[in-house]
Design a protein around this ligand. Structure first.
Ligand SMILES: C[S@@+](CC[C@H](N)C(=O)[O-])C[C@H]1O[C@@H](n2cnc3c(N)ncnc32)[C@H](O)[C@@H]1O
Length: 214
């Protein structure tokens, strides 16, 4: 149930994202990021950062997350409603499920996937990587950011809750998965298999931050 692990819309953006976007701008020679997809957009923590620099923005997540009513303080919203309000202001913003995105007759210049790979199994990571490769234009970029080494989480990872390459946690009857990417060779390998070349590695102790080009 990775949907529940998404942070609030008002939560600060992942600290690696601005640096990654600045690097993409440097690589493409354009501040405007073009047609952008935020795969695993969650509760829209990165909406503002991406929307102001995108020609079109696709907010992509699971059917459950796209349909959910989110709460942030006193505000209540759904992702399709936010997209609709933006379109009324003349912005190209669309809320789509992973399945809808997969068959959308449009190509993308930049796919961002932030704080998703740590909460899904490798099979899902590979599916997201293949989807990004399918939707990206030739020379399009893929940004993968994965938080890691959060001791409040890693201290709860032990032999008893180990599952595949991560650990599972139960909370109020729901199970969540977490993989701490101390090493991230598997991500680079899966991206290479999907046709991506790694062009920048901006990773730090607390964040894996990889930029690939198709
Ligand atoms: C921890 S949240 C991160 C949300 C957001 N990117 C952020 O940084 O705040 C992980 C998100 O990935 C989504 N997710 C899980 N599996 C997915 C998949 N196969 N494809 C796309 N999104 C997925 C979840 O629904 C959830 O919204």
């Amino acid at each position: 149930m990775s949907e529940f692990s998404a942070q609030r819309r008002s939560h600060p953006p992942n600290p690696a994202l601005r640096k990654a976007l600045a690097t993409v701008a440097e690589l493409t020679g354009s501040w405007n990021l073009g047609r952008v997809a935020d795969i695993g957009c969650g509760k829209l923590r990165h909406y503002k950062v991406l929307a102001k620099r995108a020609k079109a923005l696709f907010l992509v997540d699971t059917e459950k997350q796209i349909a959910a009513l989110h709460k942030d303080g006193k505000a209540q919203y759904t992702i399709p409603k936010i997209a609709e309000q933006a379109r009324r202001r003349g912005r190209q913003v669309f809320a789509v499920t992973v399945q809808e995105f997969s068959v959308l007759p449009t190509t993308i210049d930049l796919v961002c996937c932030v704080a998703v790979f740590d909460v899904v199994t490798r099979q899902s990571r590979q599916a997201i990587t293949v989807l990004a490769a399918k939707k990206l234009d030739a020379n399009g970029h893929l940004v993968i950011i994965i938080p890691r080494n959060d001791s409040t989480i890693t201290r709860r990872c032990g032999a008893t809750n180990q599952y595949k390459d991560g650990h599972v946690f139960s909370h109020h009857g729901l199970q969540t998965f977490f993989c701490n990417f101390e090493r991230y060779g598997s991500v680079i390998k899966d991206c290479a298999n999907a046709g991506f070349a790694l062009v920048r590695d901006l990773s730090s102790y607390r964040q894996v931050c990889l930029i690939f080009c198709k």
